[in-house]
Design a protein around this ligand. Structure first.
Ligand code: CAA
Length: 384
């Protein structure tokens, strides 16, 4: 067993840490308050090669491993989970899906600019569309339809809570082609935002990750060429599940970052804040809180890295990514709440960052599969 990161992985970790401190931290409170999309930060991530980290360089990617992706996601999420979710969706739901299951034409046309995060010197990112008003956890109940019209599909329906919904140029849309086949009648279609019939509805006003761009998107008689279907007819639900298994590693790493950020902010505060004649770190009740936070953060990190390592080494990571996600997200919620408690009244106001981490933590227990869904995946996996 080897716990040592490679030179390259350490370099990526440091680059992400520097980026988070220098480019994300300065405006993060204001962007959260104004719900302002971090376009400048995403373009910088694109220049760092972080928008297509695991994509083959032949298709515009950085050719790195999933372990490096986890390291980068943790560092950026310590400071700015709104920026990191945009990065995560583009990397592990959109680029991974296209790289693994796309045709050569789809890779040339869509994956290459998506992995670069840029086209014609402007932002070019993707969104993943599975959730609907009546299909969240129950994802097989897709109401969006993709009617087979010979050489194209006619797409109709509504998708909800779509990360990058307004800023993405390309959508991967799950839709039902043959309801009689249930989940085997679902297809995944590549849709461009500027095609006729695509309507981006108002942005959601969220509790956390407020600077990220979350929308409802509607499709009204959108004509999608057959060559924009990913995989064979009826592959869409399997595509979504396989892609989400990797996506959950990204969100687990985001949650890990929120938890370890909570620990870092709290440790720094406990060393300087005085109460009862001494720095509060000298009170055992605070020191023990920090000890528990550090222990759970380390456990979460090991689960994230194990899932990433399994993915990099061709092993099945479905169960381990769900374990990493459920544990890391619950750790993020708990650790960020502890961080607010350690900061006392200062924790309840914005300048000290931990109230934002607490609000941001909540979504990690919900998106890319709720904690309940992760437990379904884990229990089915161990019981079968
Ligand atoms: N890999 C491959 N195939 C899989 C699979 C996997 N990991 N998981 C399921 N499947 C297949 C099954 O084998 C089955 O295929 P067959 O019918 O051919 O046997 C088919 O998919 C249906 O599977 P189930 O019978 O297990 O389906 P279910 O209705 O019991 O649901 C579920 C299972 C795990 C609850 C699933 O619906 C699920 O994961 N729901 C949560 C959806 C989710 O994560 N949504 C997040 C939205 S994306 C997002 O949040 C992005 C963002 O913007 C941040």
């Amino acid at each position: 067993m080897q716990f040592q990161l490679s030179e390259e992985q350490l370099m990526i970790q440091q680059a992400a840490r520097d980026f988070a401190r220098q480019q994300c931290l300065p405006g993060v409170i204001e962007r959260d308050e104004k719900q302002q999309f971090p376009k400048e930060q995403i373009l910088q991530l694109a220049d760092l090669g972080f928008m297509g980290m695991m994509v083959d360089p032949a298709y515009g990617g950085a050719g790195l491993d999933t372990v490096s992706y986890v390291l980068a996601m943790e560092e950026i999420s310590k400071v700015d989970a709104s920026t990191s979710v945009c990065m995560s969706v583009n990397n592990s739901l959109v680029c991974y899906g296209l790289q693994e299951f796309g045709t050569e034409q789809q890779k040339q046309q869509y994956l290459t600019p998506l992995a670069r995060g840029k086209k014609d010197n402007d932002l070019y990112i993707g969104a993943f569309m599975l959730s609907e008003p009546e299909a969240g956890s129950d994802a097989t109940s897709q109401r969006t339809t993709a009617e087979d019209k010979g050489d194209y599909y006619l797409l109709n329906g509504t998708k909800n809570w779509i990360t990058n919904g307004g800023t993405a140029s390309v959508y991967l849309v799950m839709a039902q082609t043959d309801p009689s086949k249930g989940s085997r009648g679902i297809n995944c279609l590549i849709v461009e935002k500027n095609w006729p019939g695509v309507v981006v509805a108002a942005k959601e006003n969220k509790m956390g990750i407020r600077a990220s761009d979350t929308h409802t998107v509607m499709f009204n008689d959108v004509k999608v060429p057959k060559e924009n279907r990913i995989g064979a007819d009826g592959f869409g639900f399997t595509f979504a599940m396989k892609t989400l298994a990797g996506g959950r590693i990204g969100i687990a790493a985001q949650a890990l970052g929120i938890a370890s950020g909570s620990l870092e902010f709290s440790t720094a505060y406990a060393k300087t804040r005085k109460a009862f004649g001494t720095e509060i770190m000298n009170h055992q009740i605070i020191a023990f809180k920090l000890a528990d936070m550090a222990t759970r953060v380390d456990a979460a990190r090991l689960l994230c890295l194990k899932a990433a390592w399994q993915k990099d080494n061709g092993q099945d990571y479905t169960i381990s990514s769900s374990m990493a996600k459920v544990f890391s997200s619950e750790t993020a919620m708990w650790a960020s709440t502890e961080a607010v408690q350690i900061h006392g009244g200062y924790g309840y106001v914005k300048e000290y960052h931990v109230e934002r981490l607490m609000r941001d933590a909540k979504i990690t227990q919900i998106y890319e599969g709720t904690s309940e869904v992760q437990r379904i995946v884990i229990s089915r996996g161990i019981l079968k």
